[in-house]
Design a protein around this ligand. Sequence first.
Ligand code: ISE
Length: 332
Amino acid sequence: MLKVGVIGTGGMGGRHVRNLYSQTPAQVVAVMDVDAARVQEVADSVGGCAAYTDTNALIHDPNVEAVVIASPDPFHKAAALACIAAGKPTLCEKPLAMNTVEAKEVLDAEVAGGKRLLQLAFMREYDPAHLAVKAVADSGKIGDLLMFRGLHTNLALPHARTAEDVIGNSSVHDIHSARWLMQQEVTQVYSQVVPSDPARPETCRLLLTHMRFANGGLGLIEVNAEAGYGYQVNVELTGSAGTTSTPRPAAALVKTVGQEWLEIEPNWLVRFEVAYIAEVQAWVQSVIDGRPTGPSTWDGYAAMVVVDACVASFKSGEPQAVPELKRPFLYE
Ligand code: ISE
């Protein structure tokens, strides 16, 4: 039985613990969080396991064979480097790091070790609605892929988010989806923002990113960081012979006096519930089989390069070229 340690027991980490425990053959043998009370509670929820408040203590616990990193974004890089150095297979939450320079450190460390150890948690690759679109795209039914469109709404957070945070934490998913579905690298971006507070131009209510792909195709990503009505992620691909878009995930149709509506999910934990389970199941199986699958460190790095270009574009007010990337042999 695979013995897993989970770093971070907040919303996402807690969900990974629950899914590992109830939906996979893996055993959760250690959890880590800076919140000592919460980490103990989560350890108890899996029938008792080691509870740490230090990341490295968990990674170096000899009982831990594989690791899930679900700590806040700024801590991903150090934890990922430590897992690679320890040779432990890892499912790392997005983003891989806070910028391209940091992400490159992780990529270089994995390449130097000559072995794929990290899977990036771009869970949309396991979402049935996205997989349906991917299958159509790959079948050739809509011809050559010419355009990607992504719509992503969040309910709201109690505080205004900065544009850098919305791009790096939210839109990084859309950037990955664009690369994954178009099977192309992004060569140019132009990101514009409507701030949530007009007096604070660094904040972001709406983000619109235009993209150009290496094959000349186009992309458009719209993120509404405070939609106020719910959480939504939809993609559409335009091909030379048709289009395909994500079907609506199962949602109740409600009819009441003079009205008819579809219910909408409140957040990603609900919208992607099935995807998170499929993701962690696939990861556990791949570790057991010794055959890495899913989004790689390369995908995490390539997405960060585009993130940085979007941030530079937002700051300069100009379109920004995305540097051409050379994919290391390990990820061919
Ligand atoms: C989270 O990872 C998501 O899945 C959401 O789509 C995103 O908007 C949010 O910022 C993320 O933390």
